[in-house]
Design a protein around this ligand. Structure first.
Ligand code: FAD
Length: 397
């Protein structure tokens, strides 16, 4: 008997929905399972976070037909300014020197998530929502999955299941895939500020002894703030008055954008690195945050997840075209191998940035200042950093 679907994607977030769109014209019969209703996702405070999209990511979104509908909501980053609070080291990256229109773009997570979900709906891809995966069994010729929707249970089968259900992935747990967790004991505080001076499309990354602070350009004179503090400090900043919050933010950021005013609620995101030890189990594969949930310091999470999507879509399209089994072990293992180096590089880079730039140990602080100053004067190293920021290192997406 034929399974119900060729492919079931669990998780209708950015990774899951982008994969469905990438495979839309392959003839594969696809279903998405998403736990939250569209309304719940719209209202979620998590949607307030801004995403910095690398130039390479934007190229992919364009190819997938996603970017065309949201580019007017995005703000170009033409300069990146990296500094260390209280020290001399600085690095400045510029789009002009790279001969590109922008180093990347900033967009609200809610805007891009809503648009991608809308495109999935328009494409007529089957959606089981709200429905949560509660059981999973992978056999020789198909994978069986149990869904819970309210009081109802639904059992479905497919040749392949993709878990794109985020950092707390149920699919990862149901497949017994071990994970390594690093608790950073840090929280990202996210909000929006208005500045009295124009940002001129500059993204600021400022390292401080208690954690990195990013101000990303959004509307004219508005910046999205991603401020990493220790859990205790973040809790105090969340509970304290808005006036105290903005005064401390100003003290940490300085006055390069003039005076800052808070224009949005403060949101708190506890931070940890979660890395799955495997990506594949039987006829199931996990992608995006289900495999790697990163610290937002380098803005790499979705950029990395989208490269999973592109690579998996390429492998599955080819198999579908050749009428091969899309859940075959050899095919999934080849996919895994093709993603390993990029995962290692980005996860290692992000984790090192967190560790090196989140403390005030004198020797390390001196070293990173010398590093930042040197980097600003070494064209080849600076170019590498720029290309990393643009998402072009380690295989263009
Ligand atoms: C503060 C902050 C700032 C960030 N900044 C950046 C940035 O600048 N650049 C960048 O590239 N990345 C950034 N990221 C990371 C980025 O947001 C994530 O990498 C990306 O959203 C992950 O997408 P995903 O689809 O893999 O997972 P998710 O967005 O978590 O989606 C998972 C989906 O699965 C659903 N789901 C969960 N469990 C089940 C289940 N059992 N059954 C069915 N459905 C289920 C969920 O409802 C959800 O819709 C940031 C993250 C944070 C927290």
């Amino acid at each position: 008997m034929q399974p119900d679907y060729d492919l079931i994607i669990v998780g209708g977030g950015l990774a899951g929905n982008s994969l469905a769109l990438a495979l839309n014209n392959t003839g594969l019969n696809i279903a998405i399972v998403e736990a939250s209703t569209q309304e719940q996702r719209q209202l979620s405070p998590a949607g307030d976070r801004a995403l910095a999209l690398a130039a390479g990511t934007v190229e992919v979104l364009d190819t997938l037909g996603i970017w065309q509908g949201i580019h007017h909501k995005a703000t170009a980053i033409t300069h990146i300014h990296i500094s260390d609070r209280g020290h001399f080291g600085k690095v400045r990256l510029s789009a002009e020197k790279e001969n590109v229109a922008a180093l990347g773009y900033v967009i609200s997570a809610r805007d891009i998530e809503t648009h991608v979900a809308h495109l999935v709906e328009q494409a007529g891809i089957t959606l089981h929502c709200p429905a949560r995966v509660v059981g999973l069994m992978s056999g020789n010729s198909e994978v069986n999955v149990s869904l819970k929707s309210g009081n109802d249970t639904l059992n479905l089968s497919a040749k392949l299941l993709v878990g794109a259900d985020g950092g707390s992935s149920s699919v990862r747990q149901l497949l017994d895939i071990p994970q390594r967790i690093t608790e950073y004991q840090q929280t990202a505080l996210v909000t929006t500020v208005k500045a009295t001076l124009p940002h001129n499309h500059t993204a600021f990354e400022r390292f401080t002894c208690s954690g990195p602070l990013a101000l990303l350009p959004v509307d004219k004179n508005y910046c999205s703030v991603v401020w990493t503090r220790t859990d205790e400090e973040a809790q105090a900043l969340m509970l304290g008055s808005e006036a105290d919050f903005i005064a401390e933010l100003q003290q940490y950021f300085g006055y390069r954008l003039g005076e800052l005013t808070l224009t949005a609620p403060r949101r708190a995101f506890p931070l940890s690195l979660i890395r799955a030890e495997r990506m594949v189990a039987g006829r199931a594969v996990i992608i995006g945050n289900a495999v790697h949930q990163l610290h937002p310091v380098a803005g790499q999470g979705f950029n990395l997840g989208l490269r999973d999507v592109v690579q998996l879509a390429a492998v599955l399209s080819k198999a579908a075209h050749n009428h091969d089994d899309i859940g075959a072990t050899a095919l999934l293992n080849a996919y895994t191998q093709s993603r390993q180096a990029d995962h290692d590089r980005v996860i290692g880079f992000t984790d090192n940035v967190v560790k090196i730039f989140s403390n005030d140990w004198l020797a390390l602080s001196a070293a990173r200042n010398i590093g930042l100053s040197l980097l600003d004067h070494l064209p080849s190293a600076k170019r590498l950093l720029t290309r990393q920021a643009m998402g072009f290192v380690g295989g263009k997406v």
